[in-house]
Ligand binder design. Structure first.
Ligand code: C2O
Ligand code: CU
Length: 460
């Protein structure tokens, strides 16, 4: 006798409801492929990009905190690729780092990602195989993990800030991705900035409307300096993690590559008066990166200040004072260089490194070495001082765990996954090494990461 579907289901009802592996539906696809997108203003040629699902930015992924996310990456590009889920405290095998946590996915092949989402917040995903070029060509998208009790706002808007270096004649990506000039300086800066793939991004809103703005800096190297016009706002989360108390936005918002900020803003401008997200431009002027067109009135009076977002789990970092302090010196780059560094198992002077297209070192190591920068026992509190001995700012990102900055007086800052370290300054970070595996610690100016500024730690 063969099972009918009905009999089969009935039979299973008596056993615990764990789904056998073969019963799992195929995960939704995320296809890396080329696409043609009008990035430059009308009148200029369109751009051939590398995209997820033909979109730039890639499709916005939304999921509930505590749920499990799965995606089948299908590689329809001509080059190998992989996906990193930036900021997710993820299972190491799903972290997407080619050569460290997985083999890159060859053209025509696929890879199944599936992982739990322990934290609510604003995250993003991007290529992590030759990311310098792949992210610049368009392989990134937003990953939003919703709170089970979301804040009281009228609308939730995701704004992916980016820049593109385009050739105005052809519309194609300009320049050489390996260009030493960019790698040894501030990185690959675009000649066109925009939001959600549009240089002229705009929003419509009503006076006294309350918006949650989730800003994500997906640029290769650009540090956005932002201001609100015609809106008052509060910062409620950084790099996905809620602040204990919303902080009024009183000064510029500095958003380094890979960083996120969640704002709750009230539109204060009256109909017909300007409102915008302003960005400090290369020509020293303030320009509207997002124009907000105000029409009508949402409510007669502005609302009271917002409540904090619900905290995520595991946000405490105990034992910082007793933790062993390790120093990671950042060296190299134009105007400064370095005496020597270790590259592919050999000690080399700066000249030898430059000949190999390498310009930077983290703790004397140029690029990912055989041995990690540090090994931590699972659950140990880690403390690292990042010392910037270069003349450029660097946005240092830790995979797999969020950290807190440690101020000179020992007090702890907000929980983040990417910290901007200014030239000749240092930043101290501390975190509980509670996620086992091999985790990158690298500069998110992706040209720097590709030319030396990539190291890693191991939690066992
Ligand atoms: Cu967002 Cu190692 O990267
Ligand atoms: Cu850097």
């Amino acid at each position: 006798m063969s099972f009918t579907r009905r009999a089969f289901c009935t039979g299973l009802a008596a056993v615990p409801l764990t789904r056998p592996a073969w019963a799992q539906a195929e995960a939704p696809r995320l296809t890396a492929r080329t696409a043609t997108i009008q990035l430059a203003p009308e009148g200029y040629p369109a751009t051939e990009v590398w995209s997820y699902d033909g979109l730039l930015p890639g499709p916005q992924i939304r999921a509930q905190q505590g749920s499990r996310l799965s995606r089948r990456l299908v590689n329809d590009l001509q080059v190998p690729t992989s996906v990193h889920w930036h900021g997710i405290r993820i299972d190491n095998a799903m972290d997407g780092v080619a050569g460290l946590t997985q083999e890159p996915v060859p053209p025509g092949a696929s890879f199944d990602y599936a992982f739990d989402l322990p934290d609510a917040g604003t995250y993003w995903y991007h290529a992590h195989t030759n990311s310098m070029e792949q992210v610049a060509r368009g392989l990134s998208g937003a990953l939003i993990v919703e709170e089970n009790a979301p804040p009281d706002v009228d609308r939730d808007e995701v704004l992916m800030l980016d820049d593109w270096l385009l050739d105005p004649e052809t519309g194609g990506f300009a320049g050489d991705f390996e260009a030493p000039m960019m790698r040894s300086h501030a990185g690959r800066m675009g000649n066109l900035t925009g939001i959600n793939g549009r240089f002229d991004f705009s929003l419509e809103a009503q006076q006294n409307e309350r918006l949650r703005l989730r800003l994500i800096n997906a640029a290769n190297a650009r540090i956005f300096v932002l201001r609100l016009e015609g809106m008052t706002g509060w910062t409620v989360a950084l790099d996905g993690m809620p602040l204990a108390q919303p902080e009024p936005v009183s000064a510029e918002i500095i958003l380094a590559p890979a960083q996120r900020v969640d704002l709750i803003v009230d539109v204060t401008a009256e109909e017909g008066t300007p409102a915008a997200l302003l960005s400090y431009a290369d020509d020293d002027s303030w320009q509207a990166l997002a124009e907000v067109t105000v029409s009508g009135l949402k409510s007669a009076a502005p609302r009271a200040a917002p409540a904090p977002l619900p905290p995520n789990p595991r946000m405490q970092v105990p034992g910082v004072a007793e933790a062993e302090l390790r120093e990671m010196r950042m060296e190299g780059g134009a105007m400064r260089g370095m005496a020597s560094g270790r590259f592919e198992g050999q000690d080399m002077d700066f000249q030898q490194l430059v000949q190999r297209g390498q310009f930077w070192a983290l703790a004397g190591q140029v690029g990912r070495g055989e041995a990690p920068f540090a090994r931590y026992a699972r659950g140990e509190t880690a403390r690292i001082r990042l010392v910037n001995d270069t003349v450029f700012p660097h946005a240092m990102h830790l995979h797999g765990m969020h950290f807190r900055t440690v101020a000179a007086d020992g007090s702890l800052g907000p929980m983040r996954d990417t910290v901007l370290v200014m030239p000749q300054e240092s930043a101290e970070i501390a975190f509980v090494a509670d996620n086992p595996g091999k985790w990158l610690l690298h500069c998110h100016m992706l040209g720097h990461a590709a030319s030396g500024m990539t190291n890693w730690i191991e939690v066992a």
